[in-house]
Unconditional design. Structure first.
Length: 117
């Protein structure tokens, strides 16, 4: 089963993750769905619990999964104005590789970061 529309999967138990998922959803014009992994059957998406516990995912309309900072970039590519441009830039190999260590650092510390709801 391929999701249609695209799907952004994040950790719903993490306040910081919920905050950023809402922020991202507010900048995406597509009919994308934003859902905590805890509410999904991951098998049909080709994802495992270990995958989604360590990173967010963007699953596009063709069923391709993009992990971590690429999930944000892919979502922003469907955004409005400057967000769309930022998404395309962030998904270019040069920027994508530069952003990966930053994303990993945030993920390792996400439960310590502020998350006002």
């Amino acid at each position: 089963m391929n999701p249609s529309p695209p799907l952004f999967v994040f950790d719903g138990d993490c306040g910081f993750c919920r905050k950023w998922a809402r922020w991202l959803q507010g900048r995406t014009t597509a009919d994308a769905t934003f859902v905590p992994y805890q509410q999904l059957d991951l098998g049909p998406l080709g994802l495992r619990a270990g995958d989604v516990e360590s990173a967010s995912y963007w699953v596009d309309e063709r069923g391709r999964a993009f992990r971590g900072n690429r999930s944000f970039a892919r979502a922003l590519r469907l955004g409005r104005g400057r967000w769309r441009v930022l998404g395309w830039l962030a998904d270019l190999p040069l920027f994508r590789h530069a952003l990966t260590p930053l994303y990993r650092l945030v993920v390792r510390n996400r439960h310590r970061l502020p998350a006002p709801d």
